[in-house]
Design a protein around this ligand. Sequence first.
Ligand code: NOJ
Length: 528
Amino acid sequence: MTEWWKKSTVYQIYPRSFMDSNGDGIGDIPGIIQKLDYLHDLGVDILWLSPVYDSPNDDNGYDIRDYYKIMNEFGTMADFDELLERVHERGMKLVMDLVVNHTSDEHTWFKDHPDFYIWRDQPTNWRSFFSGSTWDFQKERNQYYLHLFSKKQPDLNWENPQLREAVYEMMRWWLDKGVDGFRMDVINMISKVPNIQDAPDGDGSSQFMNGPNVHTYLKEMNKRVLSKYNIVTVGETPGTSPKEARDYIASQNQELNMIFTFEHMDLDQASGGKWDLKPLELIDLKENLEKWQHGLHEEGWNSLYWNNHDQPRIVSRFGDDQNWRVESAKMLATCLHFMQGTPYIYQGEELGMTNVRFDLIEAYKDIETINMYQEKQKAGISHDDIMKKIYAKGRDNARTPMQWSNELNAGFTTGVPWIQVNPNYTNINALEHQDPDSIYQYYKKLIAFRKKMDIVTHGDFTLMHREDEELFVYTRRWNDETLTVYCNFSNQTKSVERPKGAKLIGNYADHNDELALKPYEAVVYYQH
Ligand code: NOJ
């Protein structure tokens, strides 16, 4: 049996930046409802909403204050119910973000159930993902609480069975409402080692990533909740290899359906981590994606992504957003969408939206970026040097408002947007999405191929031209069919062998089976 989500494409909505219906400058649920026809026309099957729950927005909703309430700025529970109904009416599904590694410090649990959190008399030297220590002192208790992210995001204590039951109850509540699954925020961090200790360079990850009880908890969650519904689950799991991934997603393990790997997103960073920039070597990317394609073939299921709300825009990152924006956006889409797995499209990717460069740090809203800036400035690094990092990797690259039109604020809001619109909205926007040559229409075709061609779902994967530093070529085979996918990651013309079969799709209209690939050309051949 092929599960329904294996032929599906997911579209991620970051509600704050998607569409504002009431002019307060913040995207909202009625705004999403207005755009459902646009999404349905694209052909996506599943919408994943970044958190819409009540939150003080220290980390834009990833700090939840009340799991049973919709954030005021986004609307009401009635709006949510209407959204769910309208999504289902169109034959699409809706997946919620589940953030249960931590809550907001404003969640009533933090006061009423301190035993739901992790306390120690002495802090360790761990560094938070958002700079500074992972520990904060609480006077009343005379103890430190753990927060891997901001100090307003205390980590939950999954060892406490009452906490686990409270989480499962909440999950059932949303599933009984009819939501179709969960994307689980940093779910591989819920189990910490019992004796938390100082770590080299303050990197405590070996003590909280893929920890000792994580599989026990997920099996329990599956048994008590997930297995009772026909849903899809995807776990966000930084620092996870294909082998560890199989433990989470092999069907006999009864935990999750898919995980998000981070390995391919870490290839353009040096040993100092995310902000330590280094150019991508295409060979590294090919080897890595090959490893995942082979590692999960028939033993799991890949999620395929270039973008999300935490990553810079792919056309600016691995493509060329200046000279070859349309070509490279389509090429990157081709490269990803013919692989085995479930593809995830992040809002605006289907328009070829790009990174943004604001001059002043004050224009940035993301807590990770702001904290990093302050820390590096204290360490004596110049404004310009820090901004280079932010331009390349900052999360706000992905969070500028969706570019609907060339009107005021890109048609996102009639008010003052919570974060500035990328000034290139006058050229890059959804107005021309019905143009047959648009990036949107190209994505639409890719999504349709996945639905109708079983080879895209089931075929094996073979990397070709392994040593080529500019070409990414692979084949997929299934019964007597073969797909050959050619992607030129350079702005140079590249010669290749004459492909077998007939052209299925490509990003240049005039490709005529020549032995050359034009700059950023992608072309797919099908033979049977
Ligand atoms: C991962 C989310 O994708 C990110 O946006 C968030 O800041 C952290 N987890 C903490 O919830």
